[in-house]
Unconditional design. Structure first.
Length: 468
């Protein structure tokens, strides 16, 4: 009987599943220490007294699954870094130690070391040397600026020096210190430094002049060059020009004697003097120290080529002038008559009243061509001119009537000059005309086949038309 009862009780106990424990009442709990998972507790189910382990009770009422659900409960894990884990209070205090409150701020005086980045408005530098200014640059918001030759300031440099208790002015001339001063006066013209350094007077007078505006492109003014002798010209003081590349002014401060017997500055740019040659005149200058001079050259830059500059000279300007060295290697005397410096008329000084017969400036002597025939004026009219001033003569030795001669630009079949000779034997007519030439300085004449008629051309001068 007893064995049958025990067996029936065990079967009943095993039949208590988690599903039915949920409807079971705990009839009695120990009052001592907490129960472990394997200890049994008495239960009353449907009026029947039973018992089950603690774990069976937890599972039956869903306690274990509830506690294990991480969407409801978080485990303490101080080594974790994911959002689903919790830190202990101790771990949180450790992490916050040394951190500033969100309301905490810093003033400029708190920045005593390190580098403040450019993006934050800093210099990007940890330190800046003394006697510097800050300025914006291509790569940095600010960069140190030191007053010195690197700024391309010529003449003098003023730098601020902190000299203990006072601010002084340091004066430099061409980059060299001449001492410190407490006072600078700006007045008058020019730039000059006077006074002594701190060993004596604490005052220096620095005088500045505003530079005159640069000459405009192509500028030329002042008196024209003058013939002096068979080998020389004079470039007068006061002649002013803008250089050929429009980068600098050239001013002649005192008269310059330019001679074919000299070489380099105040002479020939290269080579030796030659007869029957045109020479062009150039102002030259050294940008390094401002020295101004002049040269003769056979090169006409108005057409092509470049002159040879003497050593140290790097600036130049061609003047609207050409002089002719004749067959005896003597300059033909010439003078500026009018129009200087814009398309000046240069006239030959030694002109005979009667051009008949061979003279220095006669281009055609007793010509009798019955058709239009070329007359070359290039020995008396330079390539920089296509407008000579000519004395034209028509001579009639026939005594039979009013005969005439035609004069015209080479190849021009429309325009020209018809010059009548006076009636009677040896009658002649003189007239002065500007007669254009072609680019080779050629004109034409025609006596029309009339018996006893001849023509003369004397070059009196020329207008410079081919230099800008």
């Amino acid at each position: 009987m007893i064995r049958k009862f025990i067996t029936s009780f065990l079967v009943l106990l095993l039949a208590i599943t988690p599903a039915v424990i949920a409807d079971t009442k705990v009839s009695q709990l120990p009052t001592a220490d907490p129960l472990s998972g394997s200890e049994e507790i008495p239960l009353n189910q449907a009026g029947v007294t039973k018992k089950a382990t603690v774990n069976q009770v937890k599972d039956g009422i869903g306690f274990s699954s509830h506690v294990a659900d991480e969407s409801i409960h978080r485990s303490i894990n101080d080594s974790a870094t994911t959002a689903s884990n919790l830190w202990s209070a101790q771990k949180i205090n450790t992490e916050l130690s040394g951190k500033a409150n969100t309301s905490h701020t810093h003033g400029a005086g708190d920045l005593t070391s390190g580098t403040l980045g450019v993006a934050r408005g800093g210099t990007g530098l940890s330190s800046i040397a003394g006697n510097r200014l800050l300025y914006t640059s291509d790569t940095d918001l600010f960069a140190p600026l030191q007053l010195g030759p690197s700024l391309n300031i010529t003449g003098g440099i003023l730098g601020i020096v902190n000299n203990q208790s006072i601010q002084q002015i340091k004066v430099k001339v061409n980059g060299a210190d001449i001492g410190t001063r407490q006072e600078i006066n700006l007045e008058g013209s020019g730039i000059s430094v006077s006074g002594s350094d701190n060993a004596g007077s604490n005052r220096v007078d620095v005088t500045f002049t505003q530079n005159a505006l640069a000459f405009p492109k192509g500028y030329l003014s002042g008196p024209p060059p003058q013939y002096i002798s068979a080998s020389s010209l004079m470039i007068p003081a006061g002649l002013k020009a803008r250089n050929s590349t429009n980068t600098a002014d050239i001013e002649v401060a005192s008269n310059i004697t330019l001679s074919l017997a000299a070489s380099g500055a105040v002479g020939l740019d290269t080579g030796a003097e030659a007869a029957n040659t045109w020479y062009y005149v150039y102002l030259i200058k050294k940008s390094s120290d401002g020295t101004v001079s002049a040269v003769f050259s056979v090169t006409n830059e108005a057409v092509s080529g470049a002159i040879t500059l003497p050593s140290g000279y790097d600036l130049k300007r061609q003047l609207p002038l050409a002089v002719r060295n004749n067959g005896s290697s003597n300059l033909i005397p010439i003078m500026a008559a009018t129009g200087w410096p814009t398309q000046p008329l240069w006239v030959y000084k030694d002109l005979e009243f009667d051009p008949r017969g061979a003279t220095v400036t006669t281009a055609l002597n007793n010509g009798t061509a019955a058709t239009f025939t070329d007359v070359n004026l290039s020995s008396l009219v330079p390539p920089i001119s296509q407008l000579p001033l000519l004395r034209l003569v028509a001579l009639d030795n026939s005594g039979t009537g009013d005969d005439y001669v035609y004069f015209r630009r080479n190849g021009d079949t429309t325009n020209g000059i018809k010059l009548y000779a006076l009636q009677n034997f040896a009658g002649r007519t003189f007239e002065t005309h500007y007669l254009p030439t072609d680019s080779a300085q050629m004109v034409e004449y025609n006596c029309s086949g009339l018996t006893g008629v001849s023509a003369f051309i004397q070059v009196m001068g020329f207008v410079v038309t081919e230099i800008n």
